[in-house]
Design a protein around this ligand. Structure first.
Ligand code: BG6
Length: 368
């Protein structure tokens, strides 16, 4: 059942083009208008929403951080993202016009479930993004968007994460459609761009020699840092989490703009630092991240730069370049995380670790 792969995780990474395509399937009509039939919250209620709170744990939380950038940009509704385990213990401000969006691959995570119960007691509407049909979280929610990743066996989420991102984008665009904050043709263009993502990932997966080499080169690194800005920041966090979970080495993700406020003190000779470059159109951010790369390179770091094709600006300061397909800025996490998943998986297998069942972790955590 591993389909010729030695680990479920490798198989699941390579299934991502299909998982993304399946999650997009049937969600829009020929004109590009979105139809999210599973949302059993009325359009009037969705128009009345004045705050969105996204709640999740682990990798699902990082999908939520990406969702904030997209949802606020497309809908102009304030969106917070919160760790499920923190939510109900801080007396959060939640009411009937709050839309709580929970993200959970398994649909059984106790921290997330408890947060949902608290939100519903306060009369908030709860929409679950979930990969497991009929699991507890969608059953206890007002509405659900199922991700169609298929069963994910590897404990560290890969295709689950990508499909959660897709569901978040669909939700953001749907809210924009319902609330009239984006015109139909703008939504159709973004849907068209989403539809191109499976082929883009397929292309990346066919060309991973550079990433495999990196996994060999850095197999003995005691620590690895990841930097990103805007939607590249959650990608940095997720890249680091994958490495912690699978390879058991110290890894941290930082917002590149925070570098000078602390993390730069960690930079020393030979420290590998992955940097996710914002797409070239984001000129200010792009240039600022180039400066960050120069700063860490000058202090001896080994810089591994993920930049979209045609972006040569970081070339002079990068020890290694990893090319990403050109996609709209907000969608970049869908392609930027793929090489980082493979890096973590390959580095961990080189160290002889079981990447399907990392030590001390469980696929669904049903205790708070
Ligand atoms: C953790 C898993 O326990 O739960 C992570 O090890 C996962 O991989 C997290 O991201 C959240 O799980 P879920 O099912 O709620 O998305």
């Amino acid at each position: 059942e591993k389909g010729g792969f030695d680990w479920f995780m490798r198989k699941e990474i390579y299934e991502q083009p299909k998982a993304v395509a399946d999650t997009l399937l049937g969600r829009h009509d020929a004109s590009g208008a979105l139809r999210l039939d599973e949302i059993r919250i009325s359009q009037a209620e969705l128009r009345a929403v004045d705050k969105i709170i996204v709640i999740a744990c682990g990798t699902s939380f990082y999908a939520g951080l990406v969702a904030k950038y997209a949802i606020e940009h497309w809908t102009r509704v304030p969106c917070e993202v919160e760790l499920a385990s923190e939510f109900r213990y801080r007396d959060p401000i939640v009411g009937p016009t709050t839309l709580v969006v929970t993200i959970s691959q398994s649909g059984e995570t106790a921290d997330t479930l408890m947060a949902i119960r608290h939100a519903r007691e306060q009369k908030a509407k709860v929409l679950a993004i979930c990969n497991t049909n009929g699991s507890t979280i969608p059953r206890e929610s007002d509405a659900v968007i199922y991700t169609h990743a298929g069963p994910e066996i590897g404990v560290a989420s890969t295709k689950g994460f990508l499909t959660q991102l897709v569901a978040c984008y669909l939700l953001g665009l749907y809210l924009a459609q319902v609330r009239g904050t984006k015109f139909g043709d703008e939504i159709a263009v973004l849907i068209e761009e989403l539809d191109k993502i499976p082929a883009a990932i397929e292309g990346q997966l066919g060309d991973m020699a550079g990433v495999l080499q990196l996994a060999a080169d850095f197999a003995e690194a005691p620590s690895v840092l990841f930097l990103g800005r805007h939607v590249g920041y959650p990608v940095a966090l997720e890249g680091a989490l994958k490495l912690k979970e699978l390879a058991y080495i110290h890894a941290e993700g930082f917002a590149a703009g925070e570098l000078k406020h602390g993390p730069i003190a960690l930079i020393e000779n030979e420290l590998p630092v992955f940097v996710v470059m914002p797409p070239q159109g984001r000129d200010m951010l792009h240039d600022k991240v180039i400066s960050n790369i120069q700063e860490i390179r000058a202090r001896g770091a080994r810089t591994i730069v993920l930049a979209e094709e045609g972006d040569a600006d970081a070339g002079p300061y990068a020890d290694v370049m990893i090319t990403l397909p050109k996609v709209p800025t907000l969608l970049q996490p869908l392609v930027a995380i793929v090489p980082l998943q493979i890096f973590a998986c390959e580095l961990a297998t080189r160290k002889g670790h079981d990447v399907d069942q990392p030590r001390n972790l469980a696929k669904s955590v049903t205790v708070e």
